[in-house]
Design a protein around this ligand. Structure first.
Ligand SMILES: CSCCC(=O)C(=O)COP(=O)(O)O
Ligand SMILES: [Zn+2]
Length: 217
C-alpha cells in the first residue's frame, strides 16, 4: 500500500491521541488500564470500496492516564502493525477496524465508566437503550425537537472477533456509538474532535438516564 501520509502526520496524530487521552483520563474514564483510542491516517474514506487504510491506536494494557513514548502504534485495516515495534495493539483493535470499515469515520474512542456499564446492563436484554428529549442529543447533529435516539447494545463476549462480527448488524447510522454490555462505549466521529464530543454526549446521557430512573424508583 502506498501511504498518503507523512512522518509529520504520524506525529500529529500521536500528539492528538495523547492530548485527548489526557483529557479523558482526567475524567476518570480509563480505570485500571481500560479503554482504547484510535485515529485514522490519510485522507481516503475507509469505505467498502477502498478497504485499505491505516490508523494509530493505543498499545494494549497501558495505563492510559500516563503519557509515555510507547503509547501508540500504527496498524492496517486488519489491525496488524505496519511498523516494526515491540508494542501490541489494543486487544479490541478488531472492533475499531470494523467501525472504520463500516462508517468511514476518522476516530474511534472507547471508555469504561460506571454509568455506561449500568445502563448497558439495565437495557442489555432489549438490545438498545432509548433516550428522548434531552438537549445534548444535538451533539449528534440531530436537531429535531424532542428527538429520541436508540443506542445499540452488544453482548460482551471474551472473543473479540465474535463481537466485531456483530457490529454491522447493530450499527444505527444516526447514532455514532455502540455499547458493549457491562463493558463500555465505543464512540466515533469524522474527526477526533467529533469523536470526543460524541463520547462526552453519550456519557452525559447515560448519567442522565441513570438518575432519571433513580428519581422514579
Ligand atoms: C482491564 S480492561 C480489559 C480490556 C478492555 O476492555 C480495554 O478496554 C483495554 O484493553 P487494551 O488492550 O486496549 O488495553
Ligand atoms: Zn474495553
Amino acid at each position: 500500500m502506498t501511504t498518503s501520509y507523512t512522518a509529520e502526520d504520524r506525529q500529529r496524530v500521536f500528539a492528538q491521541l495523547a492530548a485527548d487521552k489526557a483529557v479523558l483520563a482526567s475524567k476518570g474514564w480509563f480505570p485500571a488500564t481500560s479503554g482504547n483510542m484510535s485515529i485514522r491516517l490519510g485522507d481516503e474514506p475507509a469505505s467498502a470500496a477502498a478497504p485499505s487504510f491505516h490508523f494509530a491506536i493505543t498499545a494494549s494494557g497501558k495505563d492510559k492516564s500516563v503519557n509515555t513514548p510507547e503509547d501508540f502504534l500504527l496498524v492496517n485495516e486488519q489491525g496488524k502493525p505496519v511498523e516494526t515495534t515491540s508494542l501490541r495493539p489494543s486487544a479490541e483493535t478488531l472492533i475499531h477496524c470494523e467501525i472504520y470499515r463500516l462508517t468511514g469515520c476518522g476516530a474511534v474512542y472507547h471508555v469504561h465508566t460506571v454509568y455506561n456499564n449500568l445502563i448497558s446492563e439495565r437495557f442489555g436484554d432489549q438490545g438498545s437503550v432509548a433516550i428522548k428529549g434531552v438537549e445534548l442529543i444535538k451533539a449528534f447533529n440531530i436537531w429535531e425537537e424532542d428527538a429520541e435516539i436508540h443506542i445499540p447494545i452488544l453482548p460482551n463476549y471474551a472473543d473479540i472477533p465474535k463481537i466485531a462480527a456483530l457490529v454491522e448488524g447493530a450499527l444505527n447510522r444516526a447514532v455514532p456509538g455502540i455499547l458493549l454490555r457491562n463493558h463500555g462505549i465505543y464512540a466515533w466521529g469524522e474527526t477526533p474532535f467529533e469523536a470526543k464530543r460524541h463520547l462526552e454526549a453519550f456519557e452525559f446521557l447515560f448519567e442522565y438516564e441513570y438518575r432519571r430512573l433513580a428519581l422514579q424508583a
